[in-house]
Design a binder for this molecule. Structure first.
Ligand code: GLY
Ligand code: MN
Length: 438
């Protein structure tokens, strides 16, 4: 993305700040797998959203009242020895030239340079809890500044409310990236479905899926891929992916590609041998009915929680019809009896985080949908292997179906429409009638 987009976001953030305040943001830490072995680095989503800067050990200041520098970066210094091991650093010059900082300093100069930006400031926006060490360091720094410079901190404000507001409605350039992430995610799911055969290991399907992501430019996953066969599918975030898949089982694949920091998140559940058993089909059709009804309902003006409520009603009705629940429909819903089988929410916001910024309650109420909001719809039914009072043929079945939608002026755009979803589509696809996305 070009620097003008990040600049516009900083301006939008500044517009929400209180007069006489400064905002401080910290980059994500670099986690280590072992000594000298770095885990792949991903910038903190809020930090990236405002700066586009992808290095660790950085800080961003937004200082709207400063005469010259409203945007300051503190970054790692250039270091040819270290750069030989871990890659090029922007350094102070790069931070200004390539990332638009009005002024940049080395991160080690924080103590020395920060006071000049805090004259007449008593309110700081800062996400406490980003890291105990850093919180401690910042706290100690403010205390030193108080002692040395007379700096008086009156209020620390969590910037979360501003990010929630800015990030929950996507701009055109964000929708464009989400469409690409969605399309790559679909391609991965098609590859997974195509590859699956009885006797394979879950990780082999994962490899096919993630190969399709990588060759299309998604260098990272949105999250660890969930490739869950048989009763593993009843573990919502099963990521071990080490089991050998047997004939007659279902496979649940929940995976997404990240493209330029924007994420897809799709789930499909399909039979390993290409044909649903009657019991699998009954559960699958029910989840599908709930998912389609929820998608159908999406439009501006309805509340976010109504989507979940629709899936709950369809699933509870269906569980009653199948004999998995007994009682009166409205009472079962009121008493949340469905939650033995459907224990998560139907939807979450989707964007730079897979579970993106955005509120689920505003003044105690579920928010109204607005054009540009993007979220998942992902009902599921999970029947434990040892579920009591359940016919054996239903035990150990886990089904989730998930798509990504963007709210439009009068309904929604399904961002992930190309992966087979009906029983007939899945069975035809797995019988060799493949469709491709390139
Ligand atoms: N796809 C994983 C999740 O939404 O939690
Ligand atoms: Mn999801």
């Amino acid at each position: 993305m070009n620097t003008a987009i990040f600049e516009a976001r900083r301006h939008a953030f500044i517009d929400h700040m209180q007069p006489g305040s400064v905002a401080i943001f910290k980059s994500a830490p670099q986690f280590m797998l072992a000594i000298d072995a770095e885990l792949p680095y991903r910038q903190d989503s809020d930090f990236y959203y405002l700066t586009g800067f992808e290095e660790p050990e950085a800080m961003c200041l937004l200082t709207p009242q400063h005469e010259e520098h409203q945007y300051v970066l503190f970054v790692r210094p250039r270091n040819p020895d270290m750069e030989r091991w871990t890659g090029k650093r922007a350094g102070v010059e790069g931070a200004m030239q390539d990332y638009g900082a009005h002024m940049a300093y080395e991160i080690g100069q924080l103590d020395e340079k920060l006071p000049a930006y805090l004259h007449d400031i008593s309110t700081i926006y800062y996400s406490n809890g980003l890291g105990e060490t850093f919180d401690g360091e910042i706290g100690a720094l403010f205390r030193r500044l108080h002692y040395r410079e007379g700096f008086s901190l009156r209020a620390l404000i969590d910037p979360g409310d501003i990010f929630d507001e800015l990030r929950v409605v996507k701009q055109e350039e964000e929708l464009a990236l989400l469409r690409i992430a969605a399309e790559i995610t679909e391609a991965g799911h098609l590859a997974a479905m195509k590859a699956t055969k009885p006797g394979m290991y879950e990780y082999e399907v994962q490899a096919a899926l993630e190969y399709a992501f990588r060759v299309r430019g998604a260098s990272r996953n949105a999250f660890e891929s969930i490739v869950a066969s048989g009763s593993n599918a009843t573990t919502l975030h099963y990521v071990a992916n080490r089991r050998r898949m047997a004939d007659g089982e279902l496979l649940l694949v929940d995976a997404g590609a990240e493209y330029d920091y924007y994420n897809g998140d799709v789930t499909r559940t399909f039979p390993v041998n290409g044909r649903f058993s009657p019991a699998q089909c009954a559960i699958y059709e029910l989840v599908l009915k709930a998912e389609l009804a929820a998608i159908e309902s999406v439009k501006p003006g309805i509340r976010f929680e109504e989507i979940h409520a629709i899936t709950v009603r369809v699933i509870t009705e269906g569980l009653l019809a199948l004999g998995l629940l007994q009682g009166e429909l409205d009472t079962l819903i009121e008493e949340k009896k469905y939650s033995d089988f459907y224990m998560h929410s139907s939807s979450h916001w989707l964007g730079v985080n897979t579970h993106d910024r955005g509120k689920y309650k505003v003044h105690g109420e579920s928010p109204m949908l607005l054009p540009g909001m993007v979220f998942t719809i992902e009902p599921g039914i999970y029947i434990a292997e040892d579920a009591e009072g359940v016919e054996p043929r239903y035990r150990g079945i886990g089904v989730r179906i998930e798509d990504n939608v963007a709210v439009t002026a009068d309904g929604c755009e399904v961002l992930t429409p190309h992966v087979p979803k009906t029983v007939a589509e899945i069975e035809a696809f797995m019988a060799g009638h493949h469709t491709e996305i390139d």
